[in-house]
Design a protein around this ligand. Structure first.
Ligand SMILES: NC(=O)c1ccc[n+]([C@@H]2O[C@H](COP(=O)([O-])OP(=O)(O)OC[C@H]3O[C@@H](n4cnc5c(N)ncnc54)[C@H](OP(=O)(O)O)[C@@H]3O)[C@@H](O)[C@H]2O)c1
Length: 266
């Protein structure tokens, strides 16, 4: 299989590296189109694949094209892609917010799959949901799914509109988690720990709690209750969260991310 990646930043290369790691593509069959000269030089140095700086007829040789430029760079990239794209090629977009219909029209090509990954894809622990144009057949959907699975977990959505909710939940989700961890570490610092000690206490707590949640047969409410004894310390914290509307605030934030994804879709 030959794969072309247009826009080899964090996400494009997270995908490229996962494909290489799982032998889904050989480096000599991986075309890396990267506009930034600085980034292109790094990729060249790393011998990450066949590195080029512009979209050219070479794009016509690949089986699958991954679109991983920023959404605002897509219109100009599309004008170039349109010149070289071949009818049998499958296009997989990981750009936030741009609907399949817009992509199809911009590159004059029907075979488009749209996916929303997240940054743990860098470690092969990503969560990606994807949807496909009606013109994309089952075997092409499977092909896309197999590729995405190398970056973590993949779920197929029948309804493309749900990708905006995915963006708000798992796409932006890593940032919510880091935000929560940071608030806890800052609280530790305010209580007098040095930052390294606060970070250790919090990060190990998050790691252990994640595994407890995944292996326990208790519900999340039961797990919370198991820590919060009556009249105790955890209960005091949870009551304060409730009074300040922390839970509601988090949910409102997620809805705001979903709304923003819809706005970007136009
Ligand atoms: N980061 C996330 O958490 C995340 C999650 C889900 C989806 N996504 C999506 O993934 C996409 C990439 O995000 P990213 O964080 O990887 O961005 P990024 O690091 O900025 O990477 C994009 C790269 O594409 C290059 N580029 C722009 N126009 C190009 C063109 N015409 N041909 C070739 N290369 C071109 C850019 O170069 P210049 O810098 O010189 O412009 C940049 O190096 C975005 O559409 C984003 O919505 C990101």
């Amino acid at each position: 299989m030959k794969i072309g990646i247009i826009g080899c930043g964090n996400m494009g290369m997270a995908f490229a590296n996962s494909f290489i790691q799982y032998n889904l593509v050989q480096k000599e069959n991986l075309l890396l189109v990267e506009k930034s000269a600085e980034r292109g030089a790094v990729l060249q140095e790393q011998k990450a694949g066949v590195v080029v700086d512009t979209i050219s007829e070479k794009l016509g040789d690949v089986d699958l094209i991954i679109l991983s430029v920023k959404p605002q760079d897509f219109p100009s990239a599309a004008l170039e892609i349109k010149k070289y794209i071949q009818p049998n090629q499958l296009v997989l977009s990981i750009m936030a917010g741009i609907p399949i219909r817009n992509i199809q029209e911009s590159i004059a090509h029907p075979m488009v799959v749209r996916a929303m990954p997240n940054t743990p894809a860098l470690l092969g622990m990503g969560m990606t949901a994807f949807a496909a144009a009606p013109e994309v057949g089952l075997s092409e959907i499977r092909k896309a799914e197999n590729l995405i699975n190398s970056t973590g977990r993949a779920v197929f959505l029948e309804q493309e509109e749900l990708l905006d909710a995915v963006t708000g939940l798992s796409g932006s989700g890593p940032a919510y988690f880091f935000y929560l961890v940071k608030q806890m570490i800052d609280a530790g610092n305010a209580m007098g720990f040095d930052p390294a000690m606060s970070a250790l206490l919090v990060k190990q707590t998050m790691l252990g709690s994640y595994h407890l949640m995944q292996t326990s047969d208790k519900s999340l409410d039961e797990l919370i209750q198991a820590v919060a004894s009556k009249g105790g310390t955890t209960e005091a914290a949870l009551r304060t969260f409730q009074e300040l509307g922390v839970g509601q605030g988090l949910q409102q934030g997620i809805f705001a991310a979903q709304k923003r994804a819809k706005e970007l879709a136009g």
